[in-house]
Design a protein around this ligand. Structure first.
Ligand code: FE
Ligand code: FE
Ligand code: ZN
Length: 281
């Protein structure tokens, strides 16, 4: 069973996103919890959030994947940036409880010159200060392309973050596997998907892989660029994307398209993935 959808705008509210995704033919979606460039958010309407959750249940959607702001950097060398990030993070997680049991993914952060060790420690510290044993949300670290001083360009770095989270909170943490980022980081998901997933399982554990960002890449493997491409039009390619979508180790996870598309393009890609699943070409 594949859950497939794309990023949607929250402009018209939560329930509207659920209806839009149903009209697109999908059964999961992602949204930014606040403007991707940061800043203020509108106060959340609990009734609207409840209406979305009712839609999700009645339509048999998979888990939803909210995305934290790109400006949130929990391991910046600048203290003020870290403090802002922590504030956004805790407010986002508070709000996520309006959507019980869903997923929230974020970019672990960029250490901006402090070194990976220091960055990893700061990210884990932020998680320890913000996660709660009674929260229903699972917080996902995204696999990153390793651009600049990004943390999370290797599975080992993500594992180190998880290892430093208090044992009682570790069950709240998972990973969002971004196919473009993982490829750009150097993992050969086109030529050796089984090997990459086996490596992920050994280092992190596939049970923590809770969501997939399903993107082709504009660049060669190992480019560390992070430029997404439409399905089948990039360097990962259609055949490999299809193998990823159908891989049994990823079954049941929400697949979120973050490809450069308009609505029509997303509708087409959702249809393509559903056709792969039903055995057509
Ligand atoms: Fe992301
Ligand atoms: Fe992503
Ligand atoms: Zn990206």
């Amino acid at each position: 069973m594949i859950f497939i959808g794309c990023h949607l705008s929250v402009t018209d509210g939560y329930e509207a996103m659920g209806r839009t995704m149903s009209s697109f033919g999908g059964n999961t979606f992602a949204w930014f919890t606040r403007n991707p460039r940061g800043g203020k958010t509108k106060p959340a309407d609990p009734a609207d959030a409840g209406a979305l959750m009712a839609h999700v249940r009645s339509e048999g959607f998979g888990p939803l994947v909210a995305h934290g702001s790109y400006t949130m950097n929990l391991c910046s060398a600048k203290e003020e940036t870290r403090a802002n990030g922590l504030d956004m993070f805790s407010k986002d997680l508070e709000r996520m409880e309006l959507f019980p049991g869903q997923l929230y993914n974020f970019h672990p952060g960029s250490h901006t010159g402090q070194g990976a060790e220091a960055g990893i420690a700061q990210i884990a510290d932020a998680l320890n200060r913000t996660l709660r044993p009674d929260m229903t949300t699972t917080v996902l670290l995204e696999t990153m392309a390793g651009k600049g001083s990004e943390i999370g360009g290797s599975f080992e770095e993500l594992r180190e973050i998880i290892d430093r989270v208090d044992e009682g909170l570790r069950a709240k943490i998972g990973v969002c596997f971004d196919t473009c980022h993982t490829w750009d980081a150097g993992y050969d998901i086109a030529g050796d998907l089984d090997g990459v997933l086996r490596h992920f399982d050994e280092v992190i554990g596939l049970d923590r892989l809770c969501a997939v960002h399903f993107n082709d890449s504009k660049n060669d493997r190992g480019s560390h660029k992070d430029r997404h491409e439409k399905l089948g039009e990039g360097h990962i390619g259609a055949e490999a994307m299809k193998r990823i979508a159908l891989h049994p180790a990823l079954a049941g996870r929400p697949f979120i398209l973050e490809t450069p598309n308009d609505d029509e393009g997303y509708i087409r890609e959702i249809r393509t993935v559903k056709e792969w699943q039903s055995g057509g070409d």
